[in-house]
Design a protein around this ligand. Structure first.
Ligand code: 5RP
Length: 225
């Protein structure tokens, strides 16, 4: 199986956690795409759920499939969110935001009773940081944050797409920090949270207790209770 097939396998497997009547957070990315696709089929076959999306891309996909949606502001809480991740360590801390949806993903996760991450096996790592850490920043004054990160030795790169600066769904820029290795994620989280102009960052610590990993012969369920 190639990576895409593993993503599909785990995306489909995640729909088994969805029960009738649930309010379901719909993450973002190429793995979640398959989850939403399968969920759409189940909705067409009678499953009754309400989705809360984390990006315009997922919203468009869910609408096309006929999945009923509500805004995060129109629900009291979410039963379960299924989302992807860019890296996950053995404590089930992760880096997210490769697709640029980190702010809405964290907002939805924070209001969810349960968070499930779905990944192919390449995302499981011993230590976070090989994947560049996304930091979402307001546009105004972002060059000062770039300079700050440069001086700290964090190797910042302003994210581009199609030769233009990438803009998130909520109108911000993303600075990717090429750290190679994050030895103290809690300290880094605090540093980033304290910076004026940083809207959110891709460190998702203590957010999930259940991860589904698409492997060659199976879907492994990792649970931390
Ligand atoms: C988007 C995300 C994605 O969940 C993450 O980038 C994983 O994406 P993919 O499933 O395409 O590898 O955090 O902001």
């Amino acid at each position: 199986m190639n990576q895409n097939e593993l993503k599909k396998r785990v995306g489909i497997a995640a729909t088994d956690y969805i029960q009738n009547g649930m309010i379901v957070g719909l993450g973002t990315g190429s793995t979640v795409y398959y989850f939403v696709e399968e969920l759409g089929k189940r909705v067409q076959n009678g499953l009754s759920i309400i989705g809360v999306t984390t990006s315009l891309a997922t919203k468009q996909q869910a609408e096309q499939l006929g999945i009923p949606l509500k805004s995060l502001d129109d629900v009291n809480s979410i039963d379960l969110v299924v989302d992807g991740a860019d890296e996950i360590d053995p404590q089930l801390n992760g880096i997210k935001g490769g697709g640029g949806a980190l702010l809405f993903e964290k907002l939805v996760a924070t209001q969810s009773k349960e968070v499930i991450w779905i990944v192919d096996e390449s995302k499981m790592v011993d230590c976070l940081g090989a994947f560049p850490l996304p930091v979402e920043v307001v546009q105004y004054g972002h060059t000062h944050l770039l300079r700050y990160f440069e001086e700290k030795g964090y190797h910042p790169v302003l994210r581009m797409r199609d030769e233009k600066v990438f803009v998130t769904d909520d109108g911000n820029f993303i600075i990717d920090l090429h750290l190679k290795r994050i030895d103290d994620a809690v300290q880094l989280q605090k540093e980033l949270n304290d910076l004026v102009g940083v809207v959110e960052h891709g460190l998702f610590l203590n957010q999930t207790r259940r991860v589904l990993v698409g492997k060659q012969n199976t879907v492994e369920v990792i649970e931390h209770v």
